[in-house]
Design a protein around this ligand. Structure first.
Ligand code: NOJ
Length: 540
């Protein structure tokens, strides 16, 4: 079913976003770490996969304490990744191949090596002192209050030279900027304009819900649900350190900067419950275009739970707010590790058939596994700072597996993180040869989505969520697609009343049932999902 081409939706509503973790995508200069030249080299792969935009995790100058999320110069590319010219070349080459480029903006904090911070810590009278969040210690001499760092311990770092503390939501080497200071805002908006003027298509904004902190510095409430196994910072509820009402005013300003340039996109990284998340569309949609919806990252892989979270999300969206879905990222365990390689195929089908913009994490399209990293090769500061290493993120950041040659075609030398053990069989080149691979499933799903107005714009309705079965309908302009997912590992059959289920199977997750007629009965193999184009007269 191909309907007339949609004209009013914007590119980021029609498109599929693909997240690249540049350190791990492709290494061209032979230092074991991916780089911009490597991304350029692999653009044809992405164009062929069919995605519309790439988002690069940070590539700016950085001491790499948090692998680029600690920036010491917002307007320079770190030499590890290349040069500004490489970045310009990347944008040009991507555009030539029909791909948009989204950069990562990290405005909440800088590196402690950023000149702004060097000045700020130079003394209480320094003009940049108020660019960061400095406080006197508590009367007893300890930290100013009980705020905790997401990466463990107090969020306050003592500076003996000035006898004050500065606030850091993450590492002590990532001091938080003071977003109540108009000069800070102007400086970051200047950074945004610098990149937008170079032709990039938008930003994903790091921890956008953290930007503003309580101006009275009140203690966060103790978390009664905190228990064994919880990350240490969950000991308190971040009531006064994140999701403050004033943050929306700042985001609306960022949005105005974006809107100075035609057709650009603003995405917010926000981990909040759905009812709070949707506030980030902003009053009258003056906020981010897409507040990243991370509900699938931790959802139990179970029909009832999935149906509920989809329904809750759909119901919470503001009028005109465009939905989006994320299945993996550089901070969370890989989907194939979480639900297993067979169910990962259904994850792909769900991601690409739900209503809204999907974001694919690099490597998920080949079913890349969560990799167990030996202790001596751990890099992530979260892994090395938390005693049992359980929260470490290295396992989802391992090199892309391109082919069966040495180091999986990622690099000519030993990569910075180990490859997954299965790289000889699980790689893009092998999967391209196998028309039933997960790679081909992604490709076919993206292709179907791209040309199908029902998937692009249709409404969403769950029709069954029971046991292992999740069935939903997308509908647009009288055309309907039924998506049926068997989330279990046993075959399942469904008998529909006469006349209710009639149509043609357009895609199955096993990629071998296309064009089957469906009439009354639906047979699903174990861990199989299908998309059925319903006949006009089917009364489902
Ligand atoms: C969120 C990023 O996704 C994560 O990788 C990083 O460590 C923190 N923000 C701090 O910047």
């Amino acid at each position: 079913m191909k309907l007339e081409r949609q004209t009013d939706a914007r590119w980021w509503q029609r498109g599929v976003i693909y997240q690249i973790y540049p350190r791990s995508f492709h290494d061209m200069n032979g230092d074991g770490v991916g780089d911009l030249a490597g991304v350029i080299h692999r653009l044809p792969y992405l164009a062929e996969l069919g995605v519309d935009a790439i988002w690069l995790s940070p590539v700016f100058r950085s001491p790499m304490a948090d692998f680029g999320y600690d920036i010491s110069d917002y307007k320079t590319i770190d030499p590890l990744f290349g040069t500004l010219e490489d970045c310009d070349r990347l944008v040009e080459a991507a555009h030539a191949q029909g791909l948009k480029v989204i950069l990562d903006l990290v405005p909440n904090h800088t590196s402690d090596q950023h000149p702004w911070f060097t000045e700020s810590r130079a003394g209480r009278a320094n003009p940049k002192r108020d660019w960061y969040i400095w406080r006197d210690g508590a009367p007893d001499g300890g930290a100013p209050n009980n705020w905790l760092s997401d990466f463990g311990g107090s969020a306050w770092q003592y500076d003996p030279a000035s006898d004050q503390y500065y606030y850091h939501a993450f590492l002590a080497s990532q001091p938080d900027l003071n977003w109540r200071n108009p000069e800070v805002r102007a400086a970051i908006y200047d950074v945004m304009r610098f990149w937008l003027a170079r032709g990039i298509d938008g930003f994903r904004v790091d921890v956008i819900w953290h930007l503003i902190k309580d101006d009275q510095f009140r203690d966060n409430p103790v978390n009664p649900a905190f228990g064994a196994g919880s990350p240490p910072h969950n000991a308190v509820i971040p009531l006064y350190t994140a999701d403050r009402p004033e943050v929306h005013e700042v985001i609306a300003e960022m949005r105005s900067v974006i809107d100075e340039f035609a057709g650009r996109l603003l995405i917010g990284e926000i981990y909040l419950p759905i009812e709070k998340l949707v506030a980030y569309y902003g009053r009258d949609l003056s906020g981010v275009h897409l507040p990243f919806n991370f509900a699938l990252l931790s959802a139990p892989w179970e029909a009832g739970s999935l149906a509920k979270l989809i329904a809750d999300y759909e119901a919470a969206l503001p009028t005109g707010g465009w939905p989006n879905w994320v299945l993996g990222n550089h901070d969370r365990p890989r989907i194939a590790g979480r639900i297993g390689p067979r169910q990962a195929r259904l994850g792909a089908m769900l991601l690409l058939t739900l209503r809204g913009t999907p974001t694919i994490y690099y490597g998920d399209e080949i079913g890349l596994q969560q990799v167990a990293i030996p202790l001596e090769r751990l890099h992530d500061p979260v892994a090395t700072s938390v005693p049992d290493h359980a929260l470490g993120r290295d396992g989802c950041r391992t090199p892309m597996q391109w082919d069966g040659s040495a180091y999986a075609g990622f690099s000519a030398v030993e990569p910075w993180l180990p490859l997954s053990d299965d790289w000889r069989e699980r790689n893009a080149a092998e999967q391209k040869h196998d028309q039933r691979s997960i790679y081909w499933l992604y490709r076919r799903l993206i292709e179907l989505r791209r040309s199908n107005q029902v998937l692009l714009q249709g409404s969403y309705r769950t029709i069954l969520a029971r046991g292992d079965l999740l069935l939903f309908i997308r509908e647009y302009s009288g055309h309907r697609l039924l998506v049926a997912l068997n989330l279990g590992n046993d075959p399942a059959s469904l008998n529909f009343e006469e006349g209710t289920l009639r149509g043609r199977l357009v895609l199955s997750s096993s990629l071998d049932r296309e064009d089957e007629d469906v009439d009354g009965r639906l047979d699903l193999r174990d861990a199989e999902g299908v998309i059925i184009s319903l006949s006009q007269d089917a009364e489902v």
